[in-house]
Write a protein that binds this ligand. Structure first.
Ligand SMILES: [Ca+2]
Ligand SMILES: [Ca+2]
Length: 126
């Protein structure tokens, strides 16, 4: 459920990268998530919550999850709602998601990286 398609090239790349990374960072959780250090615990939880396919980005298809995971314009990062019951309508979630992409997507590649998410969280004061 994690990795999708594009097997070989990606695998080769990952392996090559892994060699480089394990060379200079022989510690940590052994995950592929470099850059996690950049996020506070709560913000990271929200990022992971929305990042359904487990890659390094929140893509446009995942924007509604970002909203469902409690990310709001003008609110501090880190609060995942306990219940999903008090969610805006799906149309509203979609609208807010697009708005969040607008705000966060600094390099305009239509997806939100962890760094962009961190920048957003910092600007929200948390
Ligand atoms: Ca993703
Ligand atoms: Ca981006």
């Amino acid at each position: 459920m994690k990795k999708d398609s594009k097997p070989r090239l990606l695998l080769a790349l990952t392996l090559a990268l892994g060699v480089v990374i394990s060379g200079c960072a022989g510690y940590g959780t052994g995950g592929q998530d470099m850059g996690d250090d950049a996020l506070t615990e709560g913000a990271r939880a929200q990022f992971d919550c929305a990042n359904r396919n487990g890659n390094e980005f929140i893509e446009s298809a995942e924007l509604v999850f970002l909203v469902q995971c409690g990310v709001r314009e003008g609110q501090r990062c880190g609060d995942i709602p306990d219940e999903m019951s008090e969610q805006p309508s799906s149309r509203e979630q979609f609208r807010q998601g697009r708005r969040l992409l607008d705000i966060m997507d600094l390099n305009k590649d239509q997806k939100i990286s962890k760094l962009e998410f961190r920048a957003f969280c910092n600007s929200q004061g948390g």
